[in-house]
Ligand binder design. Structure first.
Ligand code: SAH
Ligand code: SF4
Ligand code: F3S
Length: 462
């Protein structure tokens, strides 16, 4: 953002006309589903003659694809909108649009509270973005937030090139965890037909992707709404046979929907990653009940046993919420002990944030911020300890690594993922100086020789 664009006495500057109308600047917040939705919007807009630009100054339209999952995600967008106010005053032709979960949650209220916002587009309507923008030209301001069907052709996306492509296989969520805004912002669960998923996967392989990650809020519930006996296990079997696909992964799973059929299938199919992201949220039955999670601590531990019995090296990832209403020291101790019992390969820890209109928002948010913060730090440091111990135990082990490209933190290294989705880094050239970039997109055997807390380092086995 150019600071002088924020000065209101730029009013008379002939900025208008300098920026082509069909240029869009888009910023994405939130989860993988939102990242994919952005790619879908860009695909629809590019078909309609729009170009993406990477600065607000060069854009005729600014779009924020928003997240509502915690208040801090929404606060970022409120901040962005505040900063745009003087820009819009200086350049009235600038269009401002909000899409994603915040748009769905607040609907018309956003237009009312932010007079400089032109467009509010919900989590299903964004596939019609070009048409909505035309309507905007006619009517001045537009809100479109109805939930729609899974209209498959319109969900094609244009992706950043790379080794891995994310493919949404379901939208929405049929659970009602009491803290969660997602069922409100994303609506009821809708699965995508297996033949259409396969068609997209084949197209992606043709484009050069070698790994596919299937995405859904509760991806292990895939197929229930299709009513034809479809399950995630069957979908994995089907996609596993697509020629050229080197690895297949899926996120995120709900503990209640992990069937033996799914675990058996994962164990059997060699190209399916031995990796499960299954949020436990907490380890206390009393809090799990208040969260409406529909499983007990014991159920969760049994799932871990079932998974490890079939796949001894399976990597388990979890999310945790600390400071849920009424969470006592004893409840928290149960979460710590769950973490110690399971020893996760990775964990995301969040401080509870009451979301407007959710059932838990009616309970007093009674765990003080300092306590939430301390519990968060405690779990994170425990996780770091577990990961560091796990990583040291990997020294000398050989992993089959799908090489993704140069490491972001060190150009002299390549990085990739093991079958369990561990992040593994190794030199970009051999001891003879030979370049190894040709390995990108293929699977290479790497022997681990050292590690830091969160990353494994090794070298190519020759
Ligand atoms: N659908 C996924 C997760 C969706 S949201 C699933 O159920 O597995 C991602 C994570 O955000 C959740 O797993 C939860 O840990 C966290 N989260 C959701 N609502 C929250 C809230 N109100 N406050 C804090 N964290 C929250
Ligand atoms: Fe939210 Fe629960 Fe659905 Fe996950 S399963 S999206 S936490 S309601
Ligand atoms: Fe956020 Fe919506 Fe995803 S609330 S986490 S962007 S589904």
């Amino acid at each position: 953002m150019r600071p002088d664009a924020l000065v209101t006495d730029a009013l008379d500057e002939p900025a208008i006309g300098a920026v082509p109308a069909k240029t869009v600047y888009i910023e994405t917040f939130g989860c993988q589903m939102n990242i994919n939705d952005t790619e879908v919007v860009l695909a629809r807009l590019s078909e309609a003659g729009w170009t993406r630009v990477d600065s607000i100054d060069a854009a005729g339209l600014v779009l924020y694809n928003t997240c509502s999952v915690r208040d801090n995600a929404e606060a970022k967008v409120r901040g962005r909108l505040g900063a745009l106010k003087p820009m819009k005053r200086a350049r009235p032709s600038l269009r401002i649009g909000i899409m994603g979960c915040m748009a769905q949650r607040e609907k018309d209220a956003l237009l009312k509270n932010y007079p400089h916002v032109d467009l509010v587009v919900g989590t299903d309507q964004f596939v019609h973005m070009p048409q909505l923008l035309e309507r905007l030209d006619e009517t001045g301001r537009v809100a479109a937030t109805d939930f729609g069907d899974f209209e498959d052709r319109a969900w094609d996306a244009v992706r950043e090139p790379g080794a891995n492509a994310y493919v949404p296989v379901m939208r929405g969520c049929n659970y009602n965890c009491t803290y969660c805004i997602v069922p409100t912002t994303r609506g009821r669960e809708k699965s995508r037909k297996p033949e259409l998923v396969e068609e997209e996967v084949r197209r992606l392989i043709d484009q050069g992707f070698v790994q596919v990650t299937l995405v859904g809020q509760t991806v292990d519930a895939y197929g229930k709404t299709l009513g034809d006996g479809s399950t995630l296990a069957k979908l994995l079997r089907r996609l596993h046979e697509v020629p050229g696909l080197k690895r297949l992964r899926f996120i995120t799973s709900h503990p209640k929907d992990i069937t033996d059929e799914l675990l058996d299938t994962m164990a059997e199919l060699p190209r399916v990653a031995k990796h499960l992201h299954v949020p436990a949220q907490c380890g206390s039955d009393r809090i799990l009940r208040l969260m409406g999670r529909r499983y007990t601590r014991d159920d969760y531990l049994r799932f871990v046993e079932r998974a490890r019995a079939r796949m001894p090296d399976v990597e388990l990832l979890s999310d945790f919420i600390v400071g849920f209403p009424r969470e006592s020291d004893d409840d928290f101790a149960q979460t710590v002990s769950l973490m110690e019992q399971v020893r996760f390969g990775g964990a995301y820890v969040f401080m509870y944030s009451p979301r407007p209109g959710t059932p838990s928002s009616h309970l007093p948010d009674d765990v003080p911020h300092e306590v939430k913060n301390a519990r968060c730090t405690h779990l994170l440091s425990l996780q770091v300890k577990h990961q560091a111990e796990f990583n040291s135990a990997q020294h000398g082990r050989i992993h089959q690594v799908l090489v993704e490209g140069p490491s972001k933190s060190d150009e002299a290294m390549l990085h990739g993922r093991s079958l369990g989705n561990l992040n593994i880094v190794f030199p970009r050239s051999g001891s003879d100086g030979a370049d190894r970039d040709h390995l990108v997109g293929s699977i290479a055997p790497i022997r681990i020789d050292r590690s830091t807390g969160l990353t494994l380092f090794g070298d190519l086995l020759t």
